[in-house]
Write a protein that binds this ligand. Sequence first.
Ligand SMILES: [Ca+2]
Length: 355
Amino acid sequence: MTPPTPTHRRFHLTLLLSLVLSSSALQAQPLRPNFVIIFADDMGYADISPYGARTATPILARMAKEGVRFTDFYVAQPVCSASRAALLTGCYPNRIGILGALNPHSKEGIHSNEVTLAELLKTRGYATAIYGKWHLGYQPQFLPTRHGFDDYFGLPYSNDMWQKHPAPTQPYPPLPLIEGERTIETDPDQRQLTTWYTQRAVKFIEKNRNQPFFLYVPHNMPHVPLFVSSKHRGKSKLGLYGDVIQELDWSVGEILKSLKKNGLDERTLVIFASDNGPWLSPGSNPGSGNARNAALNLESLLLQNLRDELRSLRLLESELRVTKNRIDHHLGEVFAGIDTPHSFGFQGVQRWNLS
Ligand SMILES: [Ca+2]
């Protein structure tokens, strides 16, 4: 198969934006929109209240009420690096050589020829930042700052890829915490990760309130090992996993609050999703799939597990408020980089002129 050219890639990313910007009301806005993508890691489909969880997630519940809740939203692969590669490039991850989950010994990463969403938006004058887990290669040439992001703070891969990993295939080095392209600390206090990412996100919004921006917040949580700050420890009454989910809900709330405070909530599209479904094999992660779907599905348990891992969740808020309290059952994907649009019936339409 002939690999897509960079022109094709840009077109595909335009398709991605077009799918996201599905409200015709957006066309009337004179100012370019801001984009905020908040990504949870290994969060189960039924782990937040809008999807049936007992865990109290009032902020996400409000997003669902004021925006759009997708019930059948799929990621490209149910695994960290591949899912993120699809999100940021609009390509099937296999097509660009990002398979599974990269680890501290991986020599691969995102190729410089790929066009990321951040790079595309930078050509339109956007400020860009990522606070959280990158997982598209940790060597300097693969880091976010080489792929369209002005600012980066976070872990380069999963939070369990450290010396305390319960079953490493080979010994892992100390876990780096990176700022820009520099490791500022190893084996950081993971209880603070969600707080740190949130603080950076809020600061970025403040700093860029007068220009369009793309803010990407891919949390490390609730990937195992689970950590939560003292502010949320024991608060859910549902164990550590519930506490972690509630802290993520708090984090979304801080970001939404900052958008409102800076007068940006009416022109910012906020997407909350998970990179894949629950990672059930460690046993210590009580993330849950969708019991209703499992009960009704006649397919094998194995296939069902895969389906639940592939199926993620997504909430849209803000600009799409015109579609208040909408539940969308259409098949959706986290990316739209499809060379053969007829395969899923997607046809992108330019909804918003970003130039
Ligand atoms: Ca994941």
